[in-house]
Write a protein that binds this ligand. Structure first.
Ligand code: UD1
Length: 339
């Protein structure tokens, strides 16, 4: 049995689908703070299987202990559950430290009770800040965090590393995501921001469907080809598959040392305007957007060197930016028409 915390969320739900498709039995823990119970229906519609689900907040330590007592056969944990809004983290830092770090500590405490534990951690390319060299390798220095959210990812990695140093029975992989976008091609699951989206792609699709008036493009005077920021946008299904191969690596004891880090991206940078063009191309819609001032805290360019993941995990992203934008649009149309 594989435990997926935050398995009702955006990346978590796509990973549950890929795990089940590979024959794993999955249990989800989620507090539903930023997701809906209907995600289970979407997962079942795709895989024909309903994962075990417990509504539980990982900060409730005794309930987590009860959970592990109930499910004694957990062979691996993929830990997604965390708060992830950068702006909110600046306003409510303590909430972020409590939610993202206490939960991690309690989870690791349970795992250390096992004779062997396999752990996959959701990290972020945000740990690199504005990297000096592009594409960004895993060897690039970790820069001071720009936000409490970013700091929780850095500290989370450090906590896991410190524990791995002294506990050979724990094997962990931290996956540093670049920018996950898109939805499952079936349009049964996808990103469902409950608040006004801060991320580019949900803001684009919500603008096109009429929920938002206009997309603000944050700056076109950056030192890039068209002046807008460059990111490495990766299809969420590709990202989900990388979790499955990472977990398999640990389950088969193929890891090199008990703490490893991998970048997960496509290796290709795209500008904000290229993302908009891709959206317009695949949707046939014309997007209402306006160039505005730069957003505080944005790095100019970030895209991954994916060599390590390609070679060692034997994983490579397959979907294009157009595929991702098409799936994001299909998902947006589906949820707005049915709600
Ligand atoms: C952000 C977070 C990052 C987090 C990631 C995933 C910041 C500084 N970074 O990454 O820590 O891991 O989300 O949740 O917030 N853009 C617009 N208009 C919009 C929204 C975005 O022009 O309305 C631009 C941004 O300036 C940026 C690009 O689109 O150049 C991507 O933005 P976004 O989707 O928010 O992701 P990141 O900022 O890369």
């Amino acid at each position: 049995m594989i435990l997926v915390t935050g398995g009702m969320g955006y990346i978590g739900s796509h990973t549950v689908v890929e795990l089940q498709s590979e024959g794993y039995e999955v249990a989800i823990i989620d507090n539903l703070s930023n997701s809906s119970i209907t995600v289970l229906d979407g997962i079942e519609a795709i895989t024909g299987q309903r994962p075990f689900f417990e509504q539980l907040d990982l900060r409730e330590k005794s309930k987590l202990q009860d959970f592990f007592a109930k499910y004694g056969n957990i062979e691996g944990v993929i830990h997604f559950s965390a708060s992830k809004a950068v702006g909110e983290s600046v306003k409510k830092p303590l909430l972020y430290y409590e939610n993202n770090l206490n939960a991690l500590v309690y989870l690791l405490q349970e795992l250390l009770k096992k004779s062997k534990a396999n752990f996959i951690f959701s990290s972020s390319c945000t740990v690199y800040g504005q990297a000096d060299e592009l594409p960004i390798t895993e060897g690039a220095p970790v820069k001071p965090a720009e936000s409490p959210y970013g700091n929780t990812k850095q500290i989370g990695e450090e906590i896991i590393q410190d524990i791995c140093n002294v506990n050979p029975n724990l094997s962990a992989i931290a996956l540093r995501y670049f920018n996950p976008i898109g939805a499952h091609p079936s349009a049964q699951i996808g990103e469902f921001p409950l608040e006004v989206p801060q991320n580019l792609v949900p803001f684009i699709t919500q603008t096109a469907i009429g929920l938002r008036k206009q997309l603000s493009v944050f700056g076109n005077d950056y030192p890039t080809t068209d002046g807008t920021c460059i990111r490495d946008y990766i299809h969420v299904v590709d990202l989900a598959k990388a979790h499955v191969v990472s977990l398999q690596r640990l389950l088969e004891n193929k890891n090199d040392g008990n703490y490893e880090v991998f970048n997960l991206g496509t290796g290709k940078g795209s500008s904000v305007l290229e993302v908009i063009q891709s959206f317009e191309r695949v949707s046939g819609e014309q997007l209402n957007f306006k160039i505005m001032n730069r957003r505080r805290g944005d790095v100019v360019q970030a895209y991954a060197d994916t060599t390590k993941a390609n070679k060692i995990l034997r994983w490579i992203s397959k979907y294009s930016l157009d595929d991702a934008m098409r799936s994001a649009w299909e998902w947006e149309k589906k949820i707005r028409n049915s709600n």
